[in-house]
Design a protein around this ligand. Sequence first.
Ligand code: UD1
Ligand code: CA
Length: 461
Amino acid sequence: MAAGKGTRMKSKLPKVLHLLAGRALLQHVLDTAAELSARQVVLISGHGAEEVEAAVSRSVGSTARFDLDFVRQQPQLGTGHAVQQAVPVLRDDGVVLVLSGDVPLMRADTLRHLIAACAGDKLALLTIDFADPTGYGRIVRCGEVVQAIVEQKDASEQQRAITEVYSGIMALPAAQLKRWLARLDNQNAQAEYYLTDIVKFAVADGVAVVAHKIADALQVAGVNSPLQLAELERAWQRRSAEQLLEQGVRLADPARLDVRGTLECAQDVSIDVNCIFEGRVSLAEGVRIGANCVISNATIGAGAVIHPFTHIEGGSNGGKDAVEIGAGALVGPFARLRAGARLGAEVHIGNFVEVKNSTLATGAKANHLAYLGDATVGERVNFGAGSITANYDGAFKHRTVIEADVHVGSNCVLIAPLTIGAGGTVGGGSTLSKDTPAGALSVARARQVSIPNWKRPAKSG
Ligand code: UD1
Ligand code: CA
């Protein structure tokens, strides 16, 4: 169910598309369904339906692990009415799991237990005890046996005292669901079609109703406001930091780390405070990440050190433009590695150096204030402070090849396409636009002139 408006988000974006840990709320739910090997997913949208469907189509793409059907609920006349919209596309066999698109932290394991409780023929409700159950549907029991769910607004004083509530998640046989949905009416305090009314029908039909009660409130927590979203984000991040610590990763502070994607860490990795990891990042053995780094889509080799304030932004298109950093490399502080930056072993990239779509072979160095774009840099090259590749002529990008053991002085402009031959030296301040032979010293700047006894202009008196 993802039809709700989410008014309290005060946003133009449909609520279920807001991000938690870098993924849309709805995506979390879809990923959980995939984890459960769901055969079919029916997405019920309403507010912002087109935007929601487009986003889901994009993310699920051609790699869909389940059949995906979109249905729309317009207007929204209650949760029962929402699920009624799914009936035409829903198969008659199997078990239906009703999930909410705005409840992102539900675990697949919990749902497996719920499905097991359903056992193919029962109505299984996921429930929880809340000290303050205000607003939720109450689980009404007779002895131990569940009799009904009564919504807050329809509940008697006595029923309102019940602390066991319905989480919004249930599992039941598809065929029964279809039969019961056909019997819903809206004769209640909110004039809505309540999905929860089917509990009464099950009881009347002699179908067993079982409650699977859990204790973890985070798993059933919905997002209705920016505050709730931020709280669940913190809860998610706390959970992910604890997993990393358990694996042996040294986090300077588990509360000051954000993982918005997947972070794989080998042994003896340490991460200082305020780092953000996005997309797919993998850190090999002994990698050290300094404070305040933002790292997206990158593979970092054993023993590499990323100094503070480094920004690594690999592309996300299936790993093709990911950033690769070789073993023992030193990067930063204040370095920027963009899509397609590939650094070999022992490469050094220092402060205020930008690298884009470039390969640097083993031992190459660019330690200060430089730009390498669309370049192929050989082993042991030293690229001087303030030097750049001029890779863009206003219409096209061109490559610069700097062969092994070249020494590029400071403040050089290498105008691509250009090849600097192996072992060559480029004099500081040169602007080169022609290939240079191996081993040559190339200087391309005005000769120095010194005028003796030069008198500077001076103010008289
Ligand atoms: C529902 C349950 C209540 C339960 C609570 C848990 C009903 C009648 N009540 O409350 O017992 O304790 O969830 O959070 O089911 N939605 C639609 N279309 C609609 C209405 C809702 O798609 O017409 C979606 C919402 O976007 C949301 C979910 O259903 O994802 C739950 O809706 P919400 O209004 O939060 O729940 P209630 O109906 O108040
Ligand atoms: Ca409601």
